[in-house]
Design a protein around this ligand. Structure first.
Ligand SMILES: NC(=O)c1ccc[n+]([C@@H]2O[C@H](COP(=O)([O-])OP(=O)(O)OC[C@H]3O[C@@H](n4cnc5c(N)ncnc54)[C@H](O)[C@@H]3O)[C@@H](O)[C@H]2O)c1
Length: 327
């Protein structure tokens, strides 16, 4: 029962969201369920629209509905690359959750935590279908928020033993490696050469800045046979020749990828094998042999956020977290 429908909205600060927060395991399950719904054509998600107040920055409106998960609402999220110079997060914003039957707003929450967790979880869902189940080594390139949530998600479903961390700031990679070792009991090393984080890894996550013109650090011959990579920062890290070695290139939403391509991203990627909804519903094959090289380039969908927001709302109400505001 919703206690104050039409009268009050539950406000959840960044700390409230994290305190209410569902586990990574629950988030991965919610996303997998959502991608099944998407694959069956039972979700609604108009294309992202946005405004751009600074170069390379965006504020996007991301509405979505997942009827089977009683989820409807919109994220209003900004990404400002220069924020780090002011010690502010790159990603910030708010999410409004609506009651699907009446349209009334029921919760307003900070979306920083949700964005981090759902992006890591999307990597894990892709990896479930595309990585080798016996993957034990991970290379993380870009040791920030996404580097952390992606590892948290991967640790949840793979028997990981070793993490190789690379960041353009070595001290960040070192801190990351210490945290990974302390948090997950894995062997973790910071490396000075990005190649070392790629060549021996069963799973590679690239999570540096997103660029229209890739810096193309990862060269042909680096990405091992049988490995899987999640391109959280789009194709920015990958040389076109390296991408051509890949057997299966996938994404979370093909129309959205085409949109990005139309505005200047993804000028040199291989053909798209499948979207994640097609993998989850088995309309298209995931990994078919231990030798395949596979990639997920998940762009981040409003549907990801909407799959998680009702879990946060439900758990916050149960635990008495947040403040009820009068509408
Ligand atoms: N695909 C999605 O769904 C999705 C969602 C959220 C964020 N992102 C993207 O993920 C990326 C990381 O976001 P974040 O919140 O973790 O940022 P962050 O600022 O927390 O971390 C980025 C890290 O990358 C490092 N870095 C910069 N250039 C690098 C390079 N060339 N190689 C290695 N490391 C480098 C920085 O030092 C920093 O430690 C951004 O590009 C963001 O746009 C994607």
């Amino acid at each position: 029962m919703i206690p104050h429908l039409g009268e009050k909205v539950l406000y959840l600060s960044r700390a409230d969201v994290a305190a209410a927060g569902p586990t990574m395991h629950e988030i991965i399950s919610a996303l997998e369920g959502m991608f099944r719904e998407k694959g069956e054509g039972r979700t609604e998600m108009p294309p992202k629209i946005g405004i751009h107040t600074m170069p390379d920055a965006f504020i996007h409106a991301m509405p979505a509905a997942i009827p089977r998960q009683s989820a409807a609402g919109m994220k209003w999220v900004g990404g400002f690359p220069d924020n780090s110079k002011r010690s502010l997060p790159y990603i910030t914003g708010l999410l409004i959750l609506n009651d699907p039957e009446t349209g009334l707003p029921i919760a307003l929450m900070d979306c920083t935590w949700i964005t981090a967790q759902r992006t890591g979880a999307a990597t894990a869902v892709s990896a479930k279908y595309l990585a080798r189940a016996d993957s034990t080594t991970v290379g993380i390139l870009g040791c920030g928020v996404q580097g952390r949530s992606n590892l948290e998600a991967l640790v949840t479903i793979f028997p990981l033993k070793k993490v190789c961390a690379y960041d353009t700031h070595l001290d960040r990679a070192e801190r990351y490696a210490q945290e990974a070792h302390a948090g997950y009991g894995v062997e973790a090393v910071a490396v000075k050469d990005p190649k070392l984080a790629v060549v021996e890894s069963d799973i590679v996550v690239t999570a540096g800045p997103i660029l229209r013109k890739p810096h193309a650090t990862i060269q042909r011959g680096w990405f091992a046979k049988g490995a899987f990579a999640s391109l959280v920062d789009f194709d920015s890290y990958w040389h076109a020749e390296a991408l051509r070695e890949v057997d299966k290139f996938t994404t979370d939403d093909v129309p959205q990828l085409h949109h990005y391509r139309d505005v200047g991203y993804f000028q040199n990627i291989p053909p798209i094998h499948a979207d994640l909804g097609e993998l989850v519903t088995k309309r298209k094959a995931g990994r078919e042999s231990p030798e395949e090289r596979t990639i997920a380039c998940n762009l981040g969908l409003a549907l990801d956020d909407m799959a998680v927001a009702p879990l946060i709302y439900g758990q916050a109400k149960e635990k008495g977290i947040g403040n009820w505001l009068t509408l």
